[in-house]
Design a protein around this ligand. Structure first.
Ligand code: FES
Length: 159
């Protein structure tokens, strides 16, 4: 676009945005999964007044993030994968883990570290009560991309 003026909030979303559902319905459900643009399984979740969107299958081994609990670690909200308890920040898709400085020290001192962005996070837009997702088109491979192929889509997921 040649214009730098932001569009009014009532304007239709950009063509790359994909309708997910009514905000009221998503809030009620808490979690919604959807195949977006025929190519990407996305989890949209509502937590503490915020909507978040990310790849549906966990970057570690394809776990069902839609069944994960949301908890805060080191002041950051994470979804905890139900399969092996990996922690993924909702805002950035970073993998968090607890590191030990000195394994011989007593008591053991641990602190949270980031493995970097592992889960692809997508952008949410709300227009007049409708929720849209814009797929994150960052060209760099993100580990959760592994589980976005037909192969994983056709496998029935265990809870
Ligand atoms: Fe998610 Fe292993 S598949 S933690």
């Amino acid at each position: 676009s040649s214009s730098s003026t932001p569009p009014p909030s009532s304007s239709p979303p950009a063509p790359s945005s994909h309708f997910i559902g009514k905000k009221d319905d998503i809030v009620k459900a808490g979690r919604v999964t959807k195949l977006v643009n025929g190519c990407r399984d996305v989890l949209v979740l509502y937590h503490q007044g915020q909507l978040h969107a990310m790849d549906m299958r966990c970057y570690h081994s394809g776990g069902t993030l839609q069944h994960g609990d949301i908890e805060e670690f080191n002041g950051r909200l994470c979804i905890v994968c139900p399969w092996h308890k990996y922690k993924i920040t909702l805002a950035e898709g970073e993998g968090l883990y607890q590191a030990v400085d000195d394994p011989t020290a007593r008591p053991l001192r641990t602190h949270w570290r980031s493995k970097g962005v592992k889960q692809r996070i997508h952008k949410i837009t709300e227009v007049n009560g409708d929720v849209y997702v814009t797929l994150n088109d960052c060209a760099e491979t993100i580990e959760s991309d592994t589980y976005q192929t037909e192969r994983y889509r056709s496998v029935p997921l265990k809870a």
